[in-house]
Design a protein around this ligand. Structure first.
Ligand code: BG6
Length: 498
């Protein structure tokens, strides 16, 4: 569809940038006093073995035996997240590349286990704190505002193993100590914060998000365990918001949701209802963090499933009094829902499953590409929450290698991103949505969350490394690098490839 707003810019002060996460880009897993995290024991598995939704879930699962095996391995070849994209050693070079593209904002995360190596200490690790000082100073040098996720898939391993991660009520105390330390330390350096990345993802990968080693419970027990852990994250998120506002007056704290827009497969009322139910499943977590209370329909769902969560006095109050300031989300694709999905093609993407939309193309990993779905999502989220929105992840993973001249002509990435940005622009200008900014996932190639592959590349910048941490890790600008630079320079007035 043509961009009718060609020549029209995004609002003044729009925060253009890119998004990464420590567990996928940082590396330096055993340096600077860092403790091991869940990400460091997640071994590379052939993602081609994951063919169904259940397999995707299993592919993200980690048992105690897996962890013992990981602890015996002191290298990174089978554990690509230990090496990431080597940001730990190359942050200055990477931030300079972001500055060259004109970034106004850089979304990144702090690795909890770099600050509290086990998660339960009283005192933080100074070397870890000093590392992020250097990163934020580098951003400041280039006039880039950091947007920091407090927790992005890397609970400290000792916290997972010895405390059962977020299932343990003490998780709130440990996490809030960490939040207090980082918000005091970086009070002059970081104004924008997110609490938990894709807070709903604990249902899809309980270990990476919640530090839950699923095999420790029976399949009957586990659904309640996850909801209890999620409750602790909700309370911790509200308390983190409060701590952040107190320690950094004027700071802005957002929630972060996985936005998969579900369409009815047909206009059959049963399909419409099925899509509505899937959407509610994705909204309920935002509802808690924006409205400050569990929506009745979620509690009703728990009751129907026989799930009881334990809440302590004061939980409801802290959640009510500390809603988020803005709503951020990832958007990669849409999907369909049907009342009766028997015989219909299914897609597995971004660790969710849905019915395949016959009108949409897919990425190599089966993620259905749908720019209009971003506009639909923006309108839905804005109408529901009436808070400023922030697209903090959007991008396409592709296998790519430099050609003989050392160039990567990633016109498909330019097409994907420009089409999505055109829809975001329409949502702002035609639909009246308030959008603070856009950070693409990811400005640089890094290790995939769901498949652990380096070869699933998202960046404007190529990293010379394979799935087994072999390579120079040298950086190379792709064609999209220059395109994004031009887009930012014109504040989105020109999204074209020329
Ligand atoms: C988001 C996550 O869901 O999707 C990121 O917040 C992740 O951590 C991104 O990397 C892309 O998914 P994947 O599995 O391709 O890395």
């Amino acid at each position: 569809m043509a961009d009718t707003h060609h020549g029209t810019a995004f609002p003044e002060g729009f925060l253009w940038g890119g998004a990464t996460a420590a567990n996928q880009c940082e590396g330096g897993w055993n340096e600077g006093g860092k403790g091991l995290s869940a990400a460091d024991v997640f071994a590379f598995r052939d993602p081609n073995n994951a063919t169904s939704g259940a397999d995707i879930h299993a592919n993200c699962d980690v048992t105690d035996a897996d962890i013992d095996e990981a602890l015996a391995a002191d290298d990174d070849t089978r554990y690509p997240k230990r090496r990431g994209a080597d940001f730990y050693h190359r942050y200055a070079e990477d931030i300079a590349l972001y500055a060259e593209m004109g970034f106004k904002v850089y979304r990144m995360s702090i690795a909890w286990s770099r600050i509290f190596p086990r998660g339960d200490e009283q005192e933080p690790c100074e070397e870890g704190l000093a590392f992020y000082d250097r990163v934020f100073d580098e951003c400041a040098k280039h006039g880039i505002e950091p947007l920091v996720t407090m927790s992005h898939y890397e609970p400290p391993l000792a916290f997972c193993r010895e405390y059962n991660g977020w299932y343990n009520r003490r998780s709130i105390e440990f996490f809030c100590r960490y939040v207090d330390v980082i918000t005091r330390r970086y009070a002059d350096k970081v104004k924008y914060w997110l609490t938990f990345n894709e807070v709903d993802s604990i249902l899809r990968h309980p270990f990476m998000t919640g530090g839950l080693i699923e095999s420790r419970w029976t399949p009957e027990e586990f659904p309640a365990v996850v909801r209890q852990a999620m409750h602790h994250q909700f309370v911790a998120s509200a308390r983190a918001t409060k701590i952040c506002h107190e320690n950094i007056p004027g700071s802005k704290v957002g929630c972060m949701l996985t936005k998969v827009t579900f369409y009815p497969y047909t206009c059959k009322p049963d399909d419409v209802l099925a899509a509505q139910r899937r959407m509610r499943e994705t909204y309920c977590y935002g509802d808690v963090q924006v409205f400050g209370a569990y929506p009745h329909y979620l509690l009703n769902d728990y009751q129907n499933r026989g799930i009881e969560i334990h809440q302590e006095p004061g939980d409801a109050q802290v959640m009510r009094e500390n809603p988020v300031d803005f709503v951020s989300f990832s958007y990669y694709m849409s999907s369909c829902a049907a009342g009766d999905a028997a015989g219909l093609d299914v897609t597995e993407a971004n660790t969710t499953t849905g019915v395949k939309n016959p009108y949409l193309p897919s990425s190599e990993w089966g993620w259905q590409i749908d720019p209009v779905g971003l506009r639909v999502s923006l309108i839905d989220l804005y109408d529901r929450y009436r808070k400023p929105l922030f697209i903090v992840e959007n991008g396409i993973g592709v296998r790519e290698e430099p050609d003989d001249e050392g160039r990567i002509h990633d016109d498909y990435r330019i097409d994907y991103l420009s089409a999505h940005l055109a829809e975001a622009k329409k949502a702002i200008l035609e639909d009246g949505v308030e959008l603070m900014g856009y950070t693409s996932w990811a400005p640089i190639d890094l290790v995939s969350n769901s498949t652990n592959q380096m070869s699933k590349r998202y960046g404007f910048v190529y990293v010379d490394a394979d799935d087994h941490c072999q390579g120079t890790y040298d950086r190379l600008r792709k064609d999209s690098f220059w395109w994004y630079q031009k887009v930012i320079a014109a504040n989105g007035a020109d999204l074209s490839a020329e």
